[in-house]
Design a protein around this ligand. Sequence first.
Ligand code: HEC
Length: 412
Amino acid sequence: MLRLLVLALTCTAAAQEPLRFSREHSDYGLPNANAIWLPYSSNADHCCNQIWRAMYLAECVPRDVGGALPQEHSEPAEFFVPGWYFTKRQGVERDRHLFGGDGRQMPVEGFARANSKQLLVWLQQVDGDVLRELKTRPRAAVWFQHDLLRLARRLLDTKQNPELIEPLLHCAHRVALPKSVLQSDAVRTASARDVAAQLKNFDLAKSVEVQRRSSRLFDAEYVQLWSSIYLTSPGQDRKAIAAWLASGKGRAPLAMHSTALLLQGIVAVDDAGAPCATDLVIEARTQRLSNREPLAFDNPTTTRDGVDFAMWSLPRTAVRDMDAATTAVPFAAFRSIDMNSQELFRDYGSLKHTTYAAQCALCHRRSNTPDSAIAGFSALRLSSKPRVAMAAERKRQAEGEMLRFLDKLRSK
Ligand code: HEC
C-alpha cells in the first residue's frame, strides 16, 4: 500500500514538473527539459504530439545572444542606455539550450536525415482512426494543420528537407475541415471583444480597426495568420481617431496613453483546398504610449523610453480537448507572457536568444527613430498608409495572401 502511495506521489510529481523555468531561474521562460508537453493529446506518444515536439522543442546554439539577458549585463543603470536593445554577441557552445515550447516561436530550421525519416513515419500515421478522432476536436485540428504549414514555410525559407514539403502538404489536406465548420463557433477562441473586456483602459467601442500595408511579419503568405490592429486614444471617439489617421503629413503626435490591440488568428485551409480565415485567435498583444520621458534605466516602461507592451498566447493544451460543441474559450485560458522572460526568436531573422522586452523594443522604440511622433506604433507609419479598416477586410486580405503561399507550396 505504502509503495503504491509513494509511486502515485512520484508520478504526480513527474507530471507536475513545470513546463518553463520560473522567474528566479537564469533561463526564465525557456522550456524545462524534464517537462512533459502534451499539446495535441494526453497520450504522450500520439503522432501529433511527436510531430509537434520535432518542430517546437530544439536544442541549439543561438546565433546571437542578447545583452538584455540577466547574465549578460551587470548594473541596470549602466546597461539601459540608448541602444540597449541592439546589444548582442555571437552565440558559442556554452549558450546551447533547449528552446521552444507550446507557444508561437518555432525554433527548428531543418532536420538531419534520420529525423526527417522519422517525421515522415509520424506524418503517415495521421490517418484512419487518428485522423477521425482529431477532427472531432476542430480547434486542435485547425492548429495542427497550421503547425504543418508553418513547418513547410520554414523549410522553404531555410531551403532544407525538400523531401518533407509534399508530405506536409498532403497531411495538411487530410486534416482539413469543411468551410462550414471553419466558419462556425466550433473553432472560435477569444474575440476582440472578449480580449478588450479584460483590458484596463481599452474601450473597443471607442477604437478603430486600422487597415495598413502589412510588413512581411504580418503577411499570411509568410505567417499563415491574419492580424487585426485596434487603436484607442483617450478622449477621442472613432471619428476623431479616423480623422487623425487621415490627416497624413503634418499630423499631430500620437496622443499620450494611446493603446493598440493586436490580435492574430489562424488562416486554415478547408477540405476543398481553399484558404479560410478562422476565429481561432492564438495571440493578443497590446502596445501603450505611457510617457515621453527620455530613455533611462528607471523609466518604468518595457522599452525604457515610454512604451509598454503586454502579450498573451493561447497554449494548444487549452483547446486540446474541446469538441465542436464547445463554443467559448475564456481569455483567461491564454498565457500571459512576462516581457522579462526569454525566448529564441527566429521569425525575426536569425536564431536569437533574448528577452521579450529587448525583442519588442527593437522595432517599437520611441526614441532614436524617425517614428518618434508615433512612438514606435509601426502600423501608423505614413509609409504603411494607415486608414480605417472595413469589416472583415483584414481576413479577406489574409486569405488572398495565404493563397499565394499555397500556390507556391503546390508548385514544389
Ligand atoms: C522585426 C520588427 C518587429 C518586432 C521584433 C516586433 N514587432 Fe510588433 N509590429 C511590427 C510591425 C511592422 C507592425 C505593424 C503591423 C503591420 O505591419 O501590419 C507591428 C505591430 C505591432 C502592434 C500593433 C501596434 C503597432 O505598433 O502597429 C503591437 C501591439 C505589436 N506589434 C507588439 C509587439 C510585441 C509585443 C513584440 C515583441 C514580442 C513585437 N511587436 C515585436 C514589427 C515588429
